[in-house]
Design a protein around this ligand. Structure first.
Ligand code: FBP
Length: 258
């Protein structure tokens, strides 16, 4: 994972939502353009950018380390969630990926399919010498609360045990319970997943600070940055918390509009 870290911490910019949620759900005239996002990744000091292969092939410039998402699904199908492979490890490596990502819906009636695919992908990625990162989201009929601390810790542990080099998990609401999930993940690095745009900047920044205080390696974020009216100011505030261990509302963060 070192290629995605700076002083042991990481800040990844995720941009697979056009596929996962649909363009009308998340995008405006600016952020529908992948070039706008890649510019934020470069200028915002991100240590990695997460793309599906189609956008990687057409827009990726090589300036920020690339993670190619290997599976995906639309939001149009209802029922128990399942997301299967749409890109090979080999293709990802050939387009310059330094890591691969895969979403596992733990607790779904179809978790077995995703766990098996991830198992194969992890082995192929390691043969190529690159990390396999699990977006490990508890979801489906069996999951009543996907951010409950025990459920998030279960996801983190499952990620470690299936061989993920890093797990991307949702915030549990406080640093102590998030810290338990970080412990459960063992030597797998933990990235907090951004989520929908928060009501205020401080709400989101405090979540990130809580995750870092709980021992997270960093953040994988999309909407809270590229839906922000000033994405680079938000990126700068995040850098202060993640890389400089600043408190919310100090240093450059005061540059964020409230
Ligand atoms: P956001 O910061 O925008 O939430 O992005 C993180 C992410 O994991 C994306 O990679 C992915 O598209 C999205 O969240 C999944 O969202 P959901 O939880 O709605 O499926």
């Amino acid at each position: 994972m070192d290629v995605f870290l700076k002083n042991g911490k990481g800040m990844l910019l995720a941009y697979d939502q056009g596929f996962e949620h649909g363009p009308s759900a998340d995008f405006n005239e600016r952020n529908i353009d992948p070039s706008f996002i890649l510019d934020i990744a470069i200028k915002g000091g991100f240590t990695g950018v997460v793309l599906h292969k189609g956008i990687a092939e057409k827009y990726y410039s090589g300036k920020v380390p690339l993670i190619v998402k290997l599976n995906g699904k639309s939001s149009l199908v209802k029922g128990e969630p399942i997301s299967t492979q749409v890109c090979s490890v080999e293709t990802a490596v050939n387009m310059g990926a330094k890591g691969v990502g895969y979403t596992i819906y733990l607790g779904s009636a179809h978790e077995n399919v995703m766990l098996q695919e991830f198992g194969e992908i992890q082995e192929e990625a390691h043969e190529e010498g690159i990390p396999a990162i699990a977006w490990i989201y508890p979801r489906g009929e069996a999951i009543k609360n996907d951010t409950a601390p025990d459920i998030v810790a279960y996801a983190a542990r499952a990620g470690l045990e299936v061989g993920a080099d890093a797990v991307k998990i949702k915030y549990t609401g406080d640093p102590t319970s998030f810290g338990w999930a970080v412990k459960a993940a063992g030597l797998a690095k933990v990235f907090m997943s951004g989520g929908p745009k928060a009501s205020t900047d401080d709400v989101f920044l405090n979540q990130v600070k809580g995750a870092i205080d709980g021992g997270a390696t960093g953040l994988a974020v999309g909407r809270n940055v590229w839906q922000h009216e000033d994405p680079l100011k938000m990126a700068s505030a995040l850098q202060e918390i993640i890389f400089n261990a600043r408190e919310v509302g100090t240093g450059h963060q005061s540059a964020v509009a409230h």
